[in-house]
Design a protein around this ligand. Structure first.
Ligand code: KG4
Ligand code: ZN
Length: 318
């Protein structure tokens, strides 16, 4: 089955053609990052306007790259939620219009399911699967006993991980999006600053990152008041150390408690080099657990992952 998938939930306009949930025939991504950089974050109204300008062109590009016509497409898929309402509407309208004009079913996909299923492009799932979802808007531990079966066992009580990376980058004035920049800086520094590793008790699978963010802001203000110089790389390393320690501890504890056979990491923060290293080292200590990350191009928002999730939604949920 060939699915034409559309993703427009935030600042990427993306269209992909995916065959049988596994073969990506094309995955065109138009990113608006450069447009939003000067504002230090995504401006929803500007994002929607750019989606409108690009969507038709990106659909055509995806069909051209896959060397197929719209008549050869079986179903349409689109990110329905969560996301910026104005941005989502552009993708949904495009999908419904194609569906109506060419008489094709439209599958409405949860963006987070898409991030999780980006991992299926790397490896088949070995259930039970534990998904660590770490994006700009979400931080969750999700237990999957089967395809399209999602049980949230823990989530953030305040900021998402990616959001806290972006906020710390803004405080240190190093640019947007902060995640990749802080990740690179952390590799060049040492975790010399004392920052809180917030675990919320030994049994909890929930997360909290707002205290860590405030601690970074307070530290920067204190140093400035005292006229002391901040070592930005060391601050990045200290922040990343606090984040990764918490993510890794909860993921490994949940893997053991629920007997997960595979850990998958989903969302933009899955691109983090430090996270890949620390989790791999921890998984190497476990017996018979596979660790899967999406390839870098499928970590941040893209339509291929929506096409994969739509394939399983169509197959399993009906
Ligand atoms: O999944 P995504 O593209 O969008 C949402 O659905 O939210 O994630 C974007 C987030 C941003 O906050 C960005 O800073 C973060 O992912 N990110 C990273 C890295 N690359 C992207 N965070 C940490 N380390 C990275 N290498
Ligand atoms: Zn996303």
């Amino acid at each position: 089955m060939k699915i034409l998938a559309i993703e427009s939930s935030c600042d990427e306009t993306s269209v992909a053609i995916v065959e049988d949930g596994k073969k990506v025939l094309s995955n065109v991504v138009f990113t608006q990052i450069d447009i939003h950089t000067k504002f230090g974050g995504v401006v929803p109204e500007i994002a929607s306007r750019h989606h409108i300008e690009k969507i038709t062109y990106v659909i055509e590009e995806a069909l051209n790259e896959a060397k197929i016509t719209i008549d050869e497409i079986d179903k349409i898929a689109v990110t329905a939620f969560p996301g910026l309402v104005g941005s989502l509407m552009v993708g949904i309208n495009a999908a419904k219009t194609i569906g109506l004009c060419y008489n094709k079913e439209v599958i409405m996909v949860d963006h987070i399911h898409g991030h999780i299923y980006a991992n299926y492009l790397e490896s088949d799932f070995k259930f039970p699967v534990l998904a660590l979802v770490v994006s700009g808007g979400h931080t969750e531990l999700v237990l999957m006993k089967d395809h399209m079966n999602f049980e949230v066992i823990g989530e953030t009580l305040d900021d998402a991980v990616g959001e806290s990376y972006d906020k710390v980058a803004r405080v240190v004035k190093v640019g947007y999006p902060g995640g990749p920049i802080i990740d690179k800086m952390a590799a060049l520094g040492e975790p010399t600053y004392a920052l809180p590793h917030v675990k919320l008790g030994k049994d909890s699978y929930n997360f909290s990152f707002s205290g860590l963010k405030s601690a970074v802001i307070n530290l920067c203000n204190k140093l400035e008041m005292k006229g002391e110089e901040l070592n930005a790389n060391n601050l990045a390393a200290s922040f990343q150390d606090a984040v990764l320690d918490v993510l890794c501890e909860k993921t490994i504890r949940a893997t053991k408690e629920f007997g997960a056979k595979q850990i998958i990491v989903a969302g933009g923060v899955a691109a983090n080099k430090g996270l890949r290293k620390i989790l791999q080292e921890a998984v190497d200590e476990l017996d018979d657990v596979i660790l899967t990350f999406p390839s870098f191009k499928y970590c941040t928002d893209n339509a291929a992952m929506i096409g994969v999730a739509a394939y399983f939604q169509d197959k399993v949920v009906k």
